[in-house]
Design a protein around this ligand. Structure first.
Ligand code: NAD
Ligand code: ZN
Length: 261
C-alpha cells in the first residue's frame, strides 16, 4: 500500500495506475460533490450532524414524517438544485469517453454524473436518485414539480399516489429500504470485471456498497482509494490518497492508454 498526501506525488502515483488502466470502475460517494456545493454526510459539519436521515420505517409510519422529508427535499432543491458537475465528475466522464472505464458506480443521488455526460447505460446509481419520486406501492413515477404542487395545495403536506393511495417518496434508497437488485448485480459484475477500482470520496461505511472495493480487490483489481480522510479499507488498497479529489483528478484523465500512443 502506498499512502500519498502530497498532491504532486499523489498525481504521479495515480497517473502510473491510470496509464495501464483499460477496464476501470469509478466508484463515487458524496465527497466528489462537495466542491459543487453539496455537503457530504460525514465530514465535520456535514448533513449527518445537522439532519439525521429519516429511515424508511419512520417515513412510512406517519404523514408528519413524510411531510418533513419533503420539506427537507424542497429546501435542498433551493440550496443545491443548480449545482454543476465538478472536476472529479468531469475527469471521470472523460475517462469513460476515452474507453478507460467499464462503468461508474455511485452512491450519490444528485444526478451530477449524468450532468457531466455519463450515459445512463454506463452508470449504476446504488442509492437511487433524488431528482424524481415514485410511489412506494405501485412504482408510478412522479416529477418533483408535481409533488411540490400537491404539497403546497394541501397547505404543506406530503401527497399520496393518486393511482393507489400509496406513499410518494424520492426515488432514493433510505436506510431500512431494500437495495435495488438490478443495480447491485450490475455493480458487483463491474467490480469483478474491472482491472482498476477507483473508490473516490466515500467514507466506505455504508454497506453493501462499501463491500464493492474489496470484491474488486479479491477478483484481482488494483484498488485505489482517494478520500480526504482515512477509511477502514485503506489497509487493503494498493494506493491510498488523502487529498482533495478535484486537485488530484483535474487533468489526469488525459493520459492515453499505452495501446493508443
Ligand atoms: P460520506 O459523507 O459518508 O463520506 C464522504 C467522504 O468524502 C468523507 O470521508 C470525506 O472526508 C470525503 N470528502 C469530502 N469532500 C472531499 C473532497 N473534496 N476531496 C476528498 N475527499 C472528500 O459519503 P458516502 O460514503 O457517499 O456515504 C453517504 C451516503 O449519503 C451515500 O449513500 C450517499 O448516497 C448519500 N449522500 C449523497 C450526497 C450526494 O448525492 N451528493 C450527499 C450526501 C450524502
Ligand atoms: Zn401508487
Amino acid at each position: 500500500m502506498a499512502d500519498r498526501t502530497d498532491i504532486k506525488a499523489a498525481r504521479a502515483a495515480l497517473g502510473e495506475v491510470l496509464k495501464d488502466m483499460r477496464a476501470g470502475v469509478a466508484f463515487t460517494g458524496a465527497g466528489i460533490s462537495t466542491e459543487c456545493g453539496i455537503p457530504d454526510f460525514r465530514s465535520p459539519g456535514g448533513l449527518w450532524t445537522r439532519n439525521r436521515p429519516i429511515p424508511l420505517d419512520e417515513f412510512l409510519a406517519s404523514r408528519a414524517m413524510r411531510t418533513e422529508a419533503w420539506r427537507r427535499r424542497f429546501a435542498m432543491e433551493e440550496a443545491f438544485g443548480s449545482a454543476e458537475p465538478g472536476r472529479g465528475h468531469r475527469a471521470i466522464a472523460r475517462m469513460l469517453a476515452d474507453g478507460r472505464l467499464i462503468g461508474v458506480v455511485t452512491q450519490n443521488i444528485d444526478g451530477l454524473h449524468q450532468a457531466s455526460g455519463v450515459p445512463a447505460a454506463d452508470l449504476v446509481e446504488l442509492h437511487g436518485n433524488s431528482t424524481y419520486a415514485t410511489c412506494l406501492d405501485c412504482d408510478t413515477r412522479y416529477e418533483l414539480d408535481w409533488v411540490r404542487e400537491c404539497f403546497d395545495a394541501a397547505g404543506g403536506a406530503a401527497p399520496d399516489c393518486p393511482d393507489c393511495g400509496g406513499p410518494v417518496k424520492t426515488a432514493t434508497i433510505s436506510f431500512g429500504q431494500a437495495m435495488p437488485v438490478g443495480e447491485m448485480i450490475r455493480a458487483r459484475r463491474m467490480a469483478q470485471q474491472c482491472d482498476v477500482f477507483l473508490a473516490i470520496g466515500s467514507s466506505l461505511v455504508v454497506y453493501p456498497a462499501a463491500a464493492l472495493p474489496l470484491e474488486a480487490k479479491q477478483a484481482g483489481a488494483t484498488l485505489v482509494i482517494l478520500n480526504r480522510e482515512p477509511t477502514d479499507l485503506d489497509p487493503y488498497a494498493d494506493l491510498v490518497i488523502h487529498a482533495d479529489i478535484g486537485d488530484v483528478l483535474d487533468g489526469l484523465h488525459g493520459t492515453p492508454a499505452p495501446t493508443e500512443r
